[in-house]
Design a protein around this ligand. Structure first.
Ligand code: ADP
Length: 173
C-alpha cells in the first residue's frame, strides 16, 4: 500500500494570516482560550470560534480535550475554513512525552482528512508556553507528518521567529 505524503512548506510569520483550509491551534485542554497561538487565533478569528468551543465542551469534552487529541471548529473571521484545536503535552525532563506530541500532528491530520482539508497550517506545538525544546519539537513535527498517510496535500509549518524557522529548516532539509 502506498503512503500519501503531503509536501512540507515553511513560513516565518503569524499563523492567523494563513489562507489555508485548516489552521491548527496549540490549544489547552479547557478549549476556552489561552496565550500564544491560542490567544492570537481567538483574537483574530472572533467570538464564533469560542462559541463552537463552548458547544464542544458541553457536548463531548466536559472534562476537557485530552492531550494528544484534536477537534475542529469554525475559523470565524480567519482566512481559513476550520480551526483544528489540539492539546500538546507540557515538556517534562523526567518523562518522555514525545508520543503525545507526535499524536497532536497525527490526530490533527486525521481530523483534516475527515473535513476534506487539503492545506493545513501548523504552529510549532508545545514549543512556547509548554516549554518543549525547539529542535526536538521540530524533529517530532517533521518526522510525524512525513510518516502519516493523509490526503492533505500541503502542510505549512508557520514559525513565529527566526530560531524556530531555522530549527524546522534543518529538519526539512
Ligand atoms: P504551547 O502552549 O503549545 O507551547 P504556544 O502558543 O505558547 O503553545 O507556542 C507554540 C509556538 O507558537 C511557539 O513557538 C510560539 O513562539 C509560536 N507562536 C506564538 N504565537 C504565534 C502566532 N501568532 N503564529 C505562529 N506561531 C506563534
Amino acid at each position: 500500500m502506498s503512503t500519501r505524503s503531503p509536501s512540507l512548506t515553511l513560513v516565518q510569520g503569524d499563523i492567523t494570516e494563513q489562507a489555508v483550509d485548516a489552521v491548527v491551534n496549540a490549544a489547552n485542554s479547557s478549549l476556552l482560550g489561552g496565550g500564544g497561538v491560542d490567544g492570537a487565533i481567538h483574537r483574530r478569528g472572533g467570538p464564533e470560534i469560542l462559541a463552537d468551543c463552548r458547544d464542544l465542551r458541553a457536548s463531548r469534552y466536559g472534562r476537557g480535550l485530552p492531550t494528544g487529541q484534536a477537534v475542529a471548529t469554525t475559523a470565524g473571521r480567519l482566512p481559513a475554513r476550520w480551526v483544528i484545536h489540539t492539546v500538546g503535552p507540557v515538556f517534562a525532563r523526567n518523562e518522555d512525552r514525545s508520543e503525545l506530541l507526535a499524536s497532536c500532528y497525527r490526530e490533527s491530520l486525521r481530523v483534516a482528512d475527515e473535513l476534506g482539508a487539503r492545506t493545513v497550517a501548523f504552529p510549532a506545538i508545545s514549543t512556547g508556553i509548554y516549554g518543549w525544546p525547539m529542535d526536538d519539537g521540530a524533529r517530532i513535527a517533521v518526522e510525524t507528518v512525513r510518516a502519516t498517510d493523509t490526503a492533505v496535500e500541503e502542510v505549512r509549518f508557520v514559525l513565529f521567529d527566526a530560531e524556530a524557522y531555522e530549527a524546522f529548516a534543518n529538519r526539512v532539509g
